[in-house]
Design a protein around this ligand. Structure first.
Ligand code: AR6
Ligand code: MG
Length: 307
């Protein structure tokens, strides 16, 4: 179980770092960069992992959700060079200037709020910490998303990603049956529709289906065009490496789709299943790979060992 906790967080960071150098590239261009060997290029992670670290730190410090504290951690950790989405950046700026975390994100996108994947990309700590309680998981996924993403679709996509991670931790149902549970979990039609399409796509050969996966599920920055793609990348293969390589190979929002696929796969197969050469290449330093592993261990300790 501990290896699943650390695997989800390290898996997410590794997927992010693998996708980062080719963010926004086409399928063809990604393949020209990585070729056949898929060596990690720089190992530097992006906003996806920086924000995931903030979520984990806040859950650990508060032994659960505290909106104001989580928002403050996002602001403290914020490094503009990591490539934040404009919506998230603006929400954090507003909170930094004194607006409440409940109100700031509602003002974005003409009052509709963001449905970008910036809430789902950082959700792994919520998925593991609340893996055994679907209602609580949904509640905390929504609340933690709301700090930057108030649009219902942004929140629901984050909850769907968190629930996929939870199912991966549990290993209660077979991989083939995960889709059924996910369908029951989601409420809005757009996600239900994507899950139906996924079923059809999973029956096709991986290479043949790639273009179709992109047109049917998407590879963009919107939550509904990336979370289903990550779930699909996880379900299609039976090991960590193939899933994450596939996710990044689709092009588009590669760092985030890579991160989300890595989080589910890491939770399912455990930390040992993540290729060593990728983990060793992942950036070190104060909040680097050892720290990310420690965050997973702390969440595990609080969940299972603390009174
Ligand atoms: N209406 C129209 N477009 C929207 C809306 C909306 N209500 N919401 C989101 N978008 P953002 P994030 C589009 O800015 O989710 C990093 O590269 C819009 O084009 O809230 O934190 C990460 O690696 C907007 O700019 O930021 C992720 O890939 C975009 O969705 C990504 O950015 C992203 O939403 C995360 O971005
Ligand atoms: Mg990113």
């Amino acid at each position: 179980m501990k290896s699943k906790f650390t695997g989800a967080l390290i898996g997410s960071a590794v997927g992010d770092a693998l996708g980062a150098p080719v963010e926004g590239y086409s399928m063809k261009k990604v393949s020209s960069v990585y070729g056949e060997d898929w060596k990690m290029i720089s190992g530097r992670y992006t906003d996806d992992t920086e924000m995931m670290i903030g979520v984990a730190e806040s859950l650990i410090e508060n032994k659960g959700f505290n909106g104001n504290d989580m928002a403050m951690r996002f602001i403290q950790n914020y490094d503009p060079r990591r490539g934040y989405g404009p919506g998230s950046k603006e929400a954090l700026r507003r909170i930094g200037e004194g607006e409440s975390w409940e109100e700031a994100s509602k003002k974005l996108f003409d009052g509709k709020g963001s449905y970008g994947n910036g809430a789902a990309m950082r959700i792994a700590p919520v998925g593991i910490f609340y893996y055994d309680d679907a209602d609580k998981l949904r509640e905390i996924a929504y609340k933690s998303s709301h700090i930057t993403h108030s649009n219902e679709l942004g929140k629901e996509g984050a909850a769907l990603q968190a629930f996929s991670i939870a199912l991966a931790v549990q290993r209660r149902v077979k991989k083939e049956d995960m889709l059924l549970e996910l369908k029951e979990f989601v409420k809005s039609e757009i996600y239900k529709e994507k899950l139906r399409k996924m079923e059809v796509l999973l029956e096709k050969e991986a290479e043949v289906g790639k273009k179709e996966v992109i047109s049917e599920l998407g590879n963009g920055e919107e939550t509904f065009n990336s979370v289903p793609t990550a779930i699909h990348s996880f379900l299609r293969f039976n090991n960590f490496k193939d899933s994450v390589v596939y996710a990044v190979s689709l092009g588009g929002d590669t760092d985030t789709i890579g991160a989300m696929t890595g989080a589910i796969s890491g939770a399912y197969y455990g930390e040992e299943a993540i290729p060593k050469e990728w983990v060793e290449r992942l950036e070190g330093g104060k909040k680097g790979r050892s720290y990310i592993k420690w965050l997973g261990e702390e969440l595990y300790r609080i969940k299972f060992c603390a009174d």
